[in-house]
Structure formats: C-alpha cells, structure tokens
Design a binder for this molecule. Sequence first.
Ligand SMILES: *Cc1c(COP(=O)(O)O)cnc(C)c1O
Length: 244
Amino acid sequence: MDLIHSISENQETPQPFYLLDLGTVERLMHSWKHSLPTTKPFYTVKCSSNPALLAAVASLGANFNCASQAEIETILGLGVSPDRILYTNPCKAVSHIKYAASVGVNLTTFDSKGEIEKIKQWHPKCALLLRIKIANDHTSWRPLGTKFGVLPDEILPLLSEAHLSGLKGCVCGSFQFGMPPKQVLNIGGGFKDNSLFSEIGKTVNEAIKDMEAAATAPLSVMAEPGRFFAETVFTLVTNVFGNE
Ligand SMILES: *Cc1c(COP(=O)(O)O)cnc(C)c1O
C-alpha cells in the first residue's frame, strides 16, 4: 500500500494501471486448500487473463477452465499440461473442438444433444460432464442458469444419448480414463473471497462426505472459481486530477 501511495502521489504517472498483489494470490490459494481441501480448483480464465495472475495461479497448482481456443492457447503457452484444462462452453465451435482434440484437452461440458454429436464427430476421445441448471439462482450476482444447464427431466435422456454415442460420460458425471469408472462432481463457480467462504467450505465438505459414502466409485470433486482469484488481487492506481 505504501507503494501505491508513493506512486499515486507522483502526479507524473501518465496512465492508470493495475497492481497485482502476488501475496494475495498465494493467500487465496492457501485459503482454498484450507477450506476445500478435496475440491480441485479450475480457475475460470474469462474472469481475468492477466498473464502474471495466470502464471501465479498455475505455479500454485490450480487447473484451468477455458471457454475458447484462445484461452486454451494462452494456458498451454504457460507450459501447463492439457490434462489440467477443462474446456467449458455450452455451444462450441467445431474448429475449437478440433483444436482441443489436436492438443489433448480431453474434458468438456455439455447440455444438449447437438454438442454430443459434434464432439463424437470431431473429438471422440473427449470425456463429458453434464451441466445441470441451477434452480433458484435469482439471488446469484451472475445467474449462469439462464445461460446453460439442463433441467432434471433432461438428465437421463442426455446421459443415455452420450452413452449410446460411445463417449465417456457423465452426470457431472462418472467417466472413465481407461481406468475403473470415476465419479466426477463439478460444483462450478460463484465463490467470493469473504468471511462466508470458510462456512461455505464446511457445507460443501459435508455434502462431499455424504456423496462419497453413497458413491459406487471414487469421487473426484472439482470447481470453477473465477472472481475468487481475480476480484481482490488487483488495485487500480490512477491520478485524481480534480474533485469538484
Ligand atoms: C464465469 C464462469 C465461472 C466463474 O464464475 P465466478 O462466479 O466468477 O466464480 C465459472 N464457470 C463458468 C462456466 C462461467 O461461465
């Protein structure tokens, strides 16, 4: 903060800019591991693709949630291996699917029959996670249920469709990597760096324990935090030229 004061007191600073606090990124990862120790974070690149933030998050061991070819390219460019990337987009361009296949990004999400057909044709090795619509997410700051996800009565028909097509699937979902079946639960995003986070962690961990007790195969849990890692790590530095 002293640094920010000394910079902002210098009226010569020509352009506003962001300062990234790498110490905060580290604290956030520590807090994630502490509160959600068994949930693997896949940082959602669209929330900030600042290269220094991405490199820090990668070096702290996070995986990545990419929505496009450009985002996948950025993450692979950091030297991150393709098996640390989840490709999530409810309506994927065929050229992006082919690209994902060519670089070995083999895990994606879907919520419609059309996506199954495209993936079967262009990336048959890809494993699928079915997106379920969030009920009652009107209290959410960013209600993604308006953008994607299936309703409960669409789950079984789509799963059997994916199964029939020979793809490895899925209800957020059990799929196989040439190994015994594994159950995968993706709890998505929406986490904030605030005092509620550890409470949320406790609730989620309890639910995971219950699911593990009921699971027929090892359960792997993942999440797609975005703002959690991007919202509190930047400070805008700018001159105030007048205040009247
Ligand atoms: C934007 C987005 C996220 C991240 O959301 P936050 O609320 O910032 O955590 C996660 N998953 C998907 C699919 C998204 O589009």
